[in-house]
Structure formats: C-alpha cells, structure tokens
Design a protein around this ligand. Structure first.
Ligand SMILES: Cc1cc2nc3c(=O)[nH]c(=O)nc-3n(C[C@H](O)[C@H](O)[C@H](O)COP(=O)(O)O)c2cc1C
Length: 366
C-alpha cells in the first residue's frame, strides 16, 4: 500500500500527508486537529507567538486530538535577523506605508512592535512538548534536538537545497521537508541567498532523497492525488501540503484570501519581500506592485514584517485582498473548497487512482 511509508511509520500516521504549518495567523487548532484526526499530520505555525500562547495552543490541540500533531518555529538566521536598522531607514519605510495605514484608520506614526524571540519560544515549546517539532529557516542547535529526542518527540526540518537537507540530516532530524520553489509562503533558505536556492519540487525531491537518511516529505505545488503519486514516484516518503489546506473551511486565512484560491487569479504567484523583508511566494496584488517600485525603502526581516503587521491585519478584517499577503503556491488555482477531513479523503482516493493509472499507462490506457 502506498500509505505504508517511512513517514507514516516515523510520524505515527495513517496517510503520508503533512498539513503545512502556517505562521502569522492562518493556522488554527481546528484545522490541525481535524487533519490529525483524519490520519494525516496537522501542524500549527507558531512563529508569531509568545511562549505562553504556544503552550495554550498545544494544550488546546491535546484536548482536540489524541493523534500526533506538530508545532512549527522559524530558526533565526544569524547575521540576518539581527541586523541593525537605522532610525532613518525605519522612518523612510514608515513614510512609505503611511498612505496605506491611513486607509485603514491606523496611526501611521505608531512604532512597530517587535515579534516574539525564538529563544523564548523554544523554551515554551519544550515545556509544552508536542509530539512533533517542525522547523524552517535553519538547523536547530544540537542541544534543542537532543531535548526533543529526550522527550520521545520527532523533529522535522525544512530544506530548499540539497546542501541544506544534508546539514539537517547530519544534525539528526527525523524528517526533512524538501521545499521546492513552487511552494507557497516564505522560502526557508538558510545556506545561500534565496536567489541561489530556487529549485523546483520535481528537481529537488529526487536529489534530496539520494543524499539523506531521514524521511523526505515533498513540498511545493502539491494540491491533489496526482501530486502525491508523483512525489512518491520521485522517492519521497510523503508530502507536505500548504495551499490546498489553506483553502479549507477550518483554516484561519482571511476570507478575501481564501476566495482567490482555486480561481484563475491564483495562477500568477511570485516571490516578494514587501510584506516581511524575506522572500515569500504569493498571489500578485497591488501592495506588491506598488511597494516594489521602491525597493530602497524596504527593510530586512523581521523589521519589514513588524512594520507591515497591523496593516495586513486591518486589510484582512476589511476584506481587502489588494493589501494582504496572499501566500500561495504555484498550484493554488487547483485548490478546492472543502473541509480538512474531506480534503484528506479526496487526496487519498485520488492518489489510489493516480497510482493505478500510472501502472496502466497515460490517462488509464492499457
Ligand atoms: C500562508 C502560508 C504560511 C506559511 N507559513 C509557514 C511557516 O510559518 N512555517 C513553515 O515551515 N512553512 C510555512 N509555509 C509553507 C507550508 O507549510 C508548506 O510547506 C507550503 O505551503 C507547501 O507548498 P504549497 O503551498 O504549494 O502546498 C506557509 C505557507 C503558506 C501558504
């Protein structure tokens, strides 16, 4: 059976499917629990959360499911995330954002509030001790991975290149997400600049499979059973799917964002730094086009992210897609509207069918 893989065995799942974590809002415990209860791995993106809130989320998930689930954090990129921002640069960005802030009745002079720090988040996460710890943007310190192992929990790292996968494998993670450049959301590149780390899922997965011992989860552009069957054919032990779960009823994505998924508008996605200061893939909109005319005013992550946070929140509430970060992968136009459990059932049936058809030949011909 295609469901019997090293990923289902290692992570304790019925299906080798991981719902990708969504940092910064769209993750809900309803989504992660529904996914886990349906036999896949539900995930919760906690990058924007203080440790106390992370502990609450884990407790909520434990109340909603007895199955494994994961919590995801962003590992800090030293020398990048801690760059000094001059007051002049901060003021330039604030002036650039002021017209948008005014549109939503926000005070354009409010100082951005810095986000939660990884060192405190990881302490909260270790206290909460979820069954699976998931990471992106780097290799967690050996001491952290040792603490996870000590708890009998599993770890998942994220790689955008073969070198990153090898670094994660050498550190001893249990599974590696091979995140192709097709994927929605932030690029997790940490060894080389993003521009030098853009490898599509189809090219990345078999190369990572050949280079590591850990389980490999293909990610990027997978929205139906054909993508799962293709990933297994490339040697992956399972998949991580983001955008297709973002479109489900249980996801916390703003309605204006969900309404675009599964439509021809979602065919044009691209990488941008305008929302967070770090490259991420989303559906093109006015904020991207306008802010990209002034690249000199953008700040690096996390300062840009902190500066645009309230604006993004207000745009979401107001249902204004033109100012939202519309994160989506390159297959977003294929996403469907469904409940999470229903989606998993559809994915499983489609994978069965795709694998049967691939044995019969193209489009089922004998
Ligand atoms: C809205 C959104 C937020 C995301 N946030 C995170 C995150 O915080 N951490 C992470 O590891 N991956 C994050 N991702 C990546 C997904 O977990 C997943 O790997 C990716 O979406 C797979 O590509 P696909 O969207 O083409 O399925 C995010 C993706 C989206 C669409």
């Amino acid at each position: 059976m295609w469901t019997d893989t090293r990923a289902t065995e290692t992570l304790g799942l019925r299906f080798p499917i991981v719902q990708g974590p969504f940092g910064g809002g769209p993750s809900t415990t309803a989504l992660a629990a529904a996914v886990s209860n349906a036999g896949a791995l539900g995930s919760f993106g906690a990058v924007a959360m203080e440790p106390e809130r992370i502990e609450q989320v884990v407790a909520e998930l434990r109340a909603k499911t007895t199955r494994p689930f994961s919590i995801n954090l962003w590992v800090p990129i030293r020398g990048e995330d801690d760059r000094e921002i001059t007051p002049e640069a901060a003021a330039r960005l604030q002036a650039r954002l002021a017209p948008y802030a005014r549109k939503y009745g926000l005070d354009p002079n409010t100082k951005p509030v810095p986000g939660a720090r990884f060192e405190r988040q990881i302490e909260g996460l270790l206290r909460a001790s979820p069954p699976v710890f998931s990471f992106v943007m780097g290799v967690p310190d050996p001491a952290i991975l040792a603490e996870i192992k000590k708890r009998g929990a599993k770890s998942i790292g994220t790689a955008t290149t073969v070198d990153e996968a090898v670094a994660l494998d050498e550190a001893g993670v249990d599974a590696i997400v091979a995140s192709g450049s097709d994927a929605g959301g932030h690029r997790g590149s940490f060894l080389r600049p993003v521009e030098q780390s853009l490898v599509g899922t189809m090219s990345l997965v078999p190369q990572i499979v050949g280079a590591v011992r850990a389980c490999v989860l293909a990610a990027g552009g997978i929205t139906d059973g054909r993508g799962i069957a293709a990933s297994l054919a490339l040697g992956a032990d399972g998949v991580q799917i983001g955008t297709a779960f973002l479109a489900t009823h249980e996801s916390g994505a703003p309605i204006a964002h969900k309404l675009l998924l599964g439509t021809p508008h979602a065919r044009v996605t691209r990488l941008t730094r305008v929302f967070s200061g770090r490259h991420a893939r989303g559906i093109e909109n006015a904020f991207m086009r306008e802010m990209e005319e002034h690249p000199e005013d953008l700040l690096p992550y996390p300062a840009q992210n902190d500066a645009t946070r309230e604006l993004r929140r207000a745009a979401g509430k107001a249902g204004r897609a033109e100012h939202l970060a519309l994160w989506a992968g390159q297959a977003a136009a294929l996403a469907r509207t469904a409940g999470a459990a229903e989606l998993i059932e559809q994915l499983a049936n489609e994978t069965d069918r795709a694998l049967r058809q691939s044995r019969m030949g193209p489009r089922g011909s004998p």
